[in-house]
Design a protein around this ligand. Structure first.
Ligand code: CA
Length: 208
């Protein structure tokens, strides 16, 4: 009887510890324009970023100075077994112009080929207008509902993605984003969890 009680608990503990180990791999700051310089201004040759599992901070600025809009383009590739779960707007994010909103978009692949002045979202995976009111919000799913875009729901799976950020208002708009990347639960871990849950259920039935 003792073995039956302990086994499911051990299985659950094993699953929990593997999940915690994955969460511990926090990547930190992936790009800070103040330190690393301005992100690429061209969608077809974006700055290539290397994201890690966990938190990936992106700090930069856009806006219009002396009549020139500073557009920021970057891309990254999520290897097999990884996914992008969240895109959080962090404190320090500001927008300029009359709308008080900046623009962020994502296109599948390693380039943004959609024209920044074309006025059409066709070809984009998703987009959104964000501002100070979105601080503390995970906007990934909202981007997936961007009108005129291909759209997506849930996490973005393994693959390459190119992002485009801009604020065409006059002045400097700061942005701070956190890209939350996780490892897709391995089938083995899933089976382990199911086995643990089944064992627990059997144990509770026996107890009752
Ligand atoms: Ca910039």
């Amino acid at each position: 009887m003792t073995r039956l009680r302990v086994l499911p608990l051990l299985l659950c503990a094993a699953y929990a510890s593997s999940a915690l180990a994955a969460a511990d791999e926090r990547a930190g700051t992936v790009w800070n324009e103040e330190v690393a310089g301005d992100l690429a201004n061209s969608g077809t040759s974006p700055t290539v970023l290397a994201l890690g599992l966990g938190s990936n901070l992106l700090i930069g600025r856009t806006g219009r100075t002396a009549g020139v809009v500073d557009r920021d383009y970057f891309s990254f590739t999520l290897p097999e077994g990884w996914q992008l779960d969240t895109l959080s707007v962090l404190p320090g994010t500001t927008a300029v112009g009359t709308s008080g909103l900046s623009f962020i978009a994502v296109q599948a692949g390693s380039q943004v080929t959609v024209s920044p002045t074309g006025g059409s979202a066709a070809g984009l995976l998703g987009w959104m207008h964000y501002g100070e009111n979105d601080v503390g919000t995970d906007i990934l799913q909202i981007m997936g509902f961007g009108g005129g875009a291909i759209g997506f729901t849930g996490s973005l799976p393994a693959g390459s993605y190119a992002f485009w950020i801009q604020d065409t208002g006059t002045g400097v708009a700061n942005y701070r984003f956190d890209f939350g990347v996780s490892a897709v639960p391995e089938p083995a871990a899933g089976w382990l969890m199911l086995a643990g849950a089944a064992g627990l259920l059997a144990w509770r039935r026996r107890s009752a």
